[in-house]
Each structure stands twice: as structure tokens, then as C-alpha cells.
Design a protein around this ligand. Structure first.
Ligand SMILES: *[C@@H]1O[C@H](CO)[C@@H](O)[C@H](O)[C@H]1NC(C)=O
Length: 493
């Protein structure tokens, strides 16, 4: 008797990071069961068939840099999206897996208790699949001793900060983290900005009574990022362990990364849409409006920076393209951007503006609409590579028969989607603005499928996924290149 499939996707142009071809995909029990040449499944029996009409069919997006439901870590403001609203906006934009942060505060010793607390927030409410990176701000002996258990719990990545007083590690602490990460095959993500350079610039601006949002960009000069990036690379080379530099904004920092990669170091890098589509002019708007685009590092000067970042994506310097979704409501003086407005500071004070922009839902549509990356490269940086780097591949980010989850985006065939102007009201996050308001969209996922279920159908009902369908995915070690020397690191070596 012929197999009965749960779902067939026919007439698509199937794209992975390594291949493009005319294939049909058959799904059964949440998995990709068969990938067959177009037409060969025409007699197959399925509960449902979707005709892709020639459009791209790609693995669901994996967004490896998402902030949801975090406690205030420094200053005012709290995350506008929780796991429910954030993961709902993920699927509406074609992202089927998110990796969020489980943040440890300096006053906290243990990481495992943070992991448990974050599980409680996400449990039973997610629309997309999910995992967590542990954010380590206090590498106490207890915290370091827990790395092994984190791996057993399916966590294979950590994030550390070289800036922000409340989170910043000094170089010795960074080495502590890197050494233990190396032992446990954990990838360390680094926010590379020199905190003291930023503090110094901030004091210069304050002395001159410059407080408007646009000075946020001035207070984070490229040199702060370039220096810290090079330092992070040096420390990771010393310990010989993989790192990922998060949200790289400056071509000069990317050049250091490229040079390290050319020397064979396992140095990986991420960039984000804000460094491809925004500039410091977006922070220089009348009144307080510029606060909407305050994030760190800030959007840079202009065209040349954008071109350098696109080039780094195209030539492999950047391993992944994530959103760094870090949502704060704009028009909200209790939890949002406007908490910094006061009689003393009528246009706010750049230093205290909650840092971050929303972008989880727009990441894929914006990038594909820009049409500046070959389609396989697009799949690589938005899905396959984040899955590989963070130990989700080939369950995620691939179409390997019998192994990959049936997480699938079906896009519009060329010329078949009516272009539209992006408006915040079209989005599903819990934020009252998008930094990309007014951008022309030429692509958007037509269907998004998560483990065989159609969770987004743009023309028939929008979000169809169910709250709680998304599940926690245990992760393995990275499948990209790791430490070059397989032995133990030792001071005498
Ligand atoms: C690749 O991109 C990086 C980052 O923008 C740049 O530094 C480098 O010159 C580019 N080209 C090559 C061939 O490495």
C-alpha cells in the first residue's frame, strides 16, 4: 500500500544552502519524508497538497538572536514581547525557530536556576520552536561548574558582554568563560564593544549638554567595536576556542574577523538588518522620534557601511544574519522608550534610552526584498548556518529526508506578490512601531510550516499556528569547525 503523507508541497523551486532545484517535498510525522524530482510524487496520496506555483521553497528561518521577556538588566524599560507575542511574530515572518536569552544578573550565582526560570516563561506559550543561550554576567565558580550540565540540558552556547557595567566581563573573566566553554564544546557569543571608550565618549557629550537620541550613535564610535572585536578574537585564539561576534555593524570590525578566518581561526560573525537598512540619520529625527532606532552598536554612517556589511554577507565573513529583536514600546513612559523623558531632559538622555529595536518578523522579508544576496546564500545565513553553529542541524535549516523537521517557507513566485508598504499595523509583535515603517516589500512568506503544520497562511487567515505548539529543542555542539587543537589547553603547552 502506498504511503499516505500528511502534506505534499509540489511545483516549488526548492532551495537549501547547497542546492537549488525543482523538487516536491513530502511530509510525514512532522518530518521531511521524501524530496523527489518535480512531478514524481504526482500520484502520492496526501491529506493536503500545497502548490508552490514555482515559488521558492526554503527551510524555515532560524533566528539566533532574540530578546523576549527579560528582566530589566540595566536602566529602565522592559521587553515589550513575551514568549507568546514574540514567537507569534516569528512565524508570521517565516521564522520557525528562535534562540532567545536566559540572562544571569551579576547578583546571581547559578546558571541552572536561570535556565529553569526561562523555561517557565516559554513553556506552553510558544508558536515557534525555541531554545536559549545562557547570558553569563557572573562567571562564578558555581556558574563555570554548571557548563557541563548545561550541555546535558541541550544548551550549547553562551553570551558574554564586553560593555554595559551591569553585564560587562573583564578580560580575565572572559578567559575563564572561554576555557570552560572550550572543555564543554560550547560556542561563546561576544558583544564586542569597549565599555570604557563608550563611557568616556558619553562623559564628553554630557559635559557639553548633548542629550538628544542622535548622540547615542556618537557615544558608540566605531573604534569601540573595532578594538573589542580584535581583543575578543585575540582572547579566543589564545584559548583556541570558537566564538561568534554578535551584531557586527562596522566593516572595519568585519575586516578583523575576515583576517582571523583567513588564518583558519574558528571566529564566526553575525550581522543584523539594522546594519543593512538603517543609518545614524534614523536617530536624528525631530523631538524624541530617533529613540525608536537606538540600539547598540548603533546604525552607522551610511551607504559605504551598508555596502561593506552586504559584501561581508556575500563573501562569507558573516556566518549568520539575525534580528537582535530587542523590543521596547515607543509611546510608553513606564516600560518603554519614553521612560527617559522628564522636565530635566525634554528630549530624553541618550544614555538611558532602552537599547534595542524590534525586527524578528521583518528579518526575512526585508532581506529577500532587498534582493542583494544569491538565494542559497540567503538560506545559508538566515537558516542553515545558525542551525549548524548552534547545534540544531540537520533537524533545522535543512531538507534532509528522514532527518529534518518539516519547517518550510513557501515564497511568492516571481512577480506574483503585490508589492506593499510595510506598516507596523501589519505586524504581530507587541510593539507600537517598526524601524522599517514605509519600506517597500517585494517578498513575504506566503506559507510557513512548522513540523508539518501550516502555521502562517498569508492569504487565508494569517497566523494559523496554535499557542503552545512550539517546543523546546535540545541542541548539540556546533557542527561548524571548532578548536583547532583537539587536546586540552594548558599553560605549559
Ligand atoms: C569580504 O568582506 C569583508 C567584510 O566586509 C571585507 O573586509 C573583505 O575585504 C571582503 N572581501 C574579501 C575578498 O575578503
Amino acid at each position: 500500500m502506498a504511503t499516505e503523507y500528511d502534506l505534499l508541497i509540489v511545483n516549488g523551486l526548492v532551495v537549501t544552502d547547497t542546492e537549488t532545484g525543482e523538487y516536491d517535498i513530502a511530509v510525514k510525522n512532522e518530518k521531511v519524508e521524501t524530496v523527489a524530482r518535480r512531478g514524481t510524487l504526482s500520484k502520492a496520496i496526501a491529506k493536503r497538497t500545497i502548490d508552490a506555483e514555482g515559488g521558492y521553497v526554503t527551510p524555515g528561518g532560524v533566528d539566533a538572536h532574540v530578546h523576549l521577556d527579560e528582566p530589566p538588566l540595566f536602566g529602565k524599560g522592559s521587553t515589550a514581547d513575551n514568549y507568546e507575542t514574540g514567537s507569534r511574530s516569528a512565524i508570521a515572518g517565516g521564522t520557525t525557530t528562535i534562540i532567545t536569552f536566559a540572562p544571569q544578573r551579576k547578583s546571581e550565582d547559578s546558571l541552572l536556576s536561570i535556565l529553569q526560570a526561562t523555561h517557565t516563561k516559554a513553556n506552553q506559550v510558544c508558536y515557534s520552536d525555541y531554545s536559549f543561550h545562557l547570558l553569563v554576567s557572573n562567571p562564578s565558580p558555581l556558574a563555570l561548574s554548571e557548563f557541563k550540565t548545561l550541555r546535558e540540558e541541550g544548551i550549547s552556547s553562551l553570551k558574554i558582554y564586553m560593555t554595559y557595567e551591569a553585564l560587562q566581563l573583564h578580560d580575565g573573566q572572559i578567559l575563564d568563560v572561554l576555557l570552560e566553554a572550550r572543555k564543554q564544546k560550547i560556542t561563546t557569543m561576544v558583544h564586542a564593544e569597549n565599555g570604557q571608550v563608550i563611557d568616556w565618549m558619553t562623559a564628553q557629550l554630557e559635559n557639553r549638554k548633548f542629550f538628544a537620541p542622535k548622540y547615542h550613535a556618537t557615544s558608540h564610535p566605531p573604534v569601540a567595536e573595532v578594538e573589542a572585536t580584535y581583543r575578543a578574537i585575540s582572547l579566543s585564539e589564545f584559548i583556541d576556542t570558537p566564538i561568534l561576534i554578535v551584531h557586527v555593524s562596522t566593516p572595519a570590525a568585519a575586516a578583523h574577523i575576515k583576517a582571523a578566518q583567513d588564518r583558519g581561526l574558528p571566529v564566526y560573525a553575525e550581522t543584523c538588518p539594522q546594519y543593512l537598512f538603517l543609518t545614524r540619520k534614523d536617530l536624528d529625527k525631530p523631538g524624541f522620534e530617533g529613540a525608536k532606532c537606538v540600539c547598540s552598536p548603533p546604525p552607522r554612517e551610511g551607504e559605504q557601511d551598508h555596502e561593506g556589511i552586504w559584501e561581508g554577507l556575500a563573501n562569507g565573513t558573516f556566518t549568520i544574519l539575525s534580528s537582535d529583536h530587542c523590543p521596547f514600546t515607543y509611546d510608553d513612559d513606564i516600560n518603554g522608550k519614553k521612560t527617559v523623558l522628564s522636565d530635566k531632559y525634554p528630549v530624553g538622555h541618550f544614555k538611558y534610552i532602552p537599547n534595542g529595536c524590534p525586527g524578528l518578523e521583518t528579518r526575512l522579508g526585508l532581506t529577500l526584498s532587498a534582493d542583494l544576496l544569491p538565494i542559497q546564500k540567503f538560506v545559508e545565513v538566515t537558516s542553515a548556518n545558525p542551525a549548524k553553529l548552534y547545534g540544531l542541524w540537520p533537524g533545522k535549516g535543512a531538507f534532509i529526508a528522514g532527518q529534518s523537521d518539516a519547517d518550510i517557507n513557501i515564497w511568492y513566485p516571481p512577480g506574483q506578490m503585490e508589492e506593499f508598504t510595510l506598516k507596523n499595523e501589519l505586524l504581530h509583535h507587541n510593539v507600537d512601531y517598526t524601524p522599517y515603517e514605509g519600506k517597500t516589500m517585494k517578498q513575504w512568506p506566503r506559507y510557513t510550516i512548522l513540523r508539518g503544520e501550516v502555521v502562517w497562511d498569508r492569504e487565508h487567515g494569517g497566523v494559523l499556528g496554535k499557542k503552545g505548539y512550539g517546543k523546546f529543542i535540545k541542541r548539540e555542539a556546533s557542527s561548524l569547525a571548532g578548536s583547532r587543537d583537539p587536546g586540552d589547553w594548558d599553560i605549559l603547552a
